[in-house]
Ligand binder design. Structure first.
Ligand code: SUG
Length: 449
């Protein structure tokens, strides 16, 4: 076993953060459509969480935002002329497409990729597969830049293997780590990787939601497990209950989270909970640590309250086994059943014994909680040393990024602002400077022109 730690790479909120109601099936996104957004505040809320976790001794990384509005996507859809004309024509003829091409949705890096640590993979390297996010247009345009940013962050081929996203069709709908959890005793041990999916694409008779889309397929999960060279006996697949997708659980990380030897989930999360438990225990065989299934019953916390509070969109963090901190958004404190449950949870003898609350309201209003904002990457010391150091959070990077946000971000944004060519210029100027700060090379399309 190699000594390893879990790092969290959070998405830095981009300058065009806004509420456009783009995600059918995501209750917060639909409820907050057309509300003014506050990009500066959003970025700062994210940076505060990153810095707080770094101060607690966890490895914290930052993934840069993407170029938005994305002019190449608009040109591909037939809008032509100068960049300003492209924006103007799109705003006039297709404001919804302009909104989609302007979304700062890459902040939710739990959807950036699926990551398998080196102790799980066939060649002893960390494997990354960017998620194709094919179910939503505004997210389907993320994976290329995501791949470039991941390659600029984890560049050494001795340690890091980067795959292409899966084919961009519904059959291989892939939402990345939001539907993926890993269990282990120590992070450097060979782990169990749990892949959760919403439907089986090639079997039209299999269960699927009726109202909202199942964004992620079994076939996508299986392809990622193959690409990463995981061994069959250490991989578990489980289907989400279609009814909870219809209740607004568009990713499994809205209703379940795992860490080390603990799986924390709601009674309604899985189509077949007993099978999920049996399969995990079979893969856990031979491990001397006990495994904890922490199941929250519906009569204690309703699915509706899970969706409202994002109780399960939490981060379970630990320096030691059986000593976990749960990081939750402020909405949990404002939801009485959830707050009572959390207090009882940390007072119990289970492995979770501390709760920390962060204000992430700007992201939460688009359906993105603490866990959505982070991509987990288990790193050995040698791998940690190979990560681009300019992407790792510390006092200096925190104050530099805060200054950068102060300099380049607007306080407030409404739909009409998306067509403003000055916003595009501001955003490109900001990203150009960020590539210097984070030593990213040329990851953006506008830098390649
Ligand atoms: O894909 N919201 C994102 C939220 C992603 C949350 N991620 C995880 N659960 N891991 C989504 O639905 C809303 C954008 C808008 O409506 O403006 C949005 O894309």
């Amino acid at each position: 076993m190699n000594k390893a730690n879990e790092a969290n790479f959070d998405g830095l909120v981009g300058p065009t953060h806004n509420y456009s109601g783009l995600s059918f099936g995501n209750v917060a996104s639909l409820n907050n459509v057309d509300r003014p957004s506050h990009p500066k505040e959003a970025a700062k809320q994210g940076l505060t969480k990153m810095k707080a976790l770094a101060d607690l001794g966890f490895i914290q990384g930052v993934l840069a935002p993407h170029e938005r509005p994305h002019i190449p996507s608009l040109r591909r859809l037939g809008f032509s002329g100068s960049d300003a004309q492209v924006l103007q024509k799109a705003a006039k003829k297709a404001p919804n497409i302009l909104a989609a091409a302007s979304s700062a949705s890459c902040m939710w890096t739990a959807n950036a990729a699926t990551v398998s640590p080196s102790s799980d993979t066939h060649d002893g390297r960390i494997h990354f597969t960017p998620a194709n996010l094919v179910n939503k247009f505004h997210r389907s345009i993320e994976h290329e830049t995501t791949g470039s940013i991941l390659a600029a962050t984890f560049s050494n081929p001795k340690h890091f293997a980067h795959h292409q996203a899966l084919p961009s069709v519904d059959h291989f709908g892939d939402e990345g780590a939001a539907n993926h959890t890993r269990f282990c005793s120590e992070y450097g041990d060979r782990g169990i990787e749990l892949f959760v999916y919403g439907m089986t694409a090639f079997d039209s008779t299999s269960p699927k939601p009726a109202r909202f889309p199942a964004r992620h397929t079994l076939e996508a999960s299986e392809a990622v497990a193959r690409l990463h060279g995981l061994s069959d006996s250490k991989v578990v697949y489980a289907q989400q209950k279609p009814d909870v997708i219809d209740a607004g659980v568009f990713h499994n990380d809205v209703i379940a989270v795992g860490n080390r030897n603990a799986h924390f989930y709601h009674q309604e999360a899985f189509l077949d909970t007993e099978k999920m438990q049996r399969d995990i225990m079979a893969a856990w065989e031979g491990n001397t640590e006990p495994f904890h299934f922490i199941e929250v019953p519906s009569h204690v916390v309703s699915v509706e309250d899970c969706v409202k509070s994002y109780l399960f969109n939490s981060q379970l963090l630990s320096h030691n086994p059986n000593d976990m901190t749960i990081v939750v958004p402020g909405e949990c404190q404002n939801t009485p059943d959830v707050w009572n449950y959390l207090n009882a949870l940390i007072a119990s003898d289970g492995p979770i014994n501390e709760v920390k609350v962060y204000d992430l309201k700007q992201s939460m209003s688009n359906g993105g909680g603490p866990a959505c904002l982070r991509l987990r990457v288990v790193l050995t010391d040698e791998e940690h040393a190979a990560v681009n150091p300019h992407c790792l959070m510390n006092d200096a990077l925190h104050s530099r990024l805060n200054q950068w946000v102060d300099q380049h971000y607007r306080d407030r944004l409404v739909e009409q602002d998306l067509a403003d060519p000055r916003l595009l210029t501001e955003s490109r100027t900001a990203l150009d400077e960020l590539t210097q700060i984070m030593h990213l090379g040329s990851v953006y399309d506008f830098q390649k022109i």
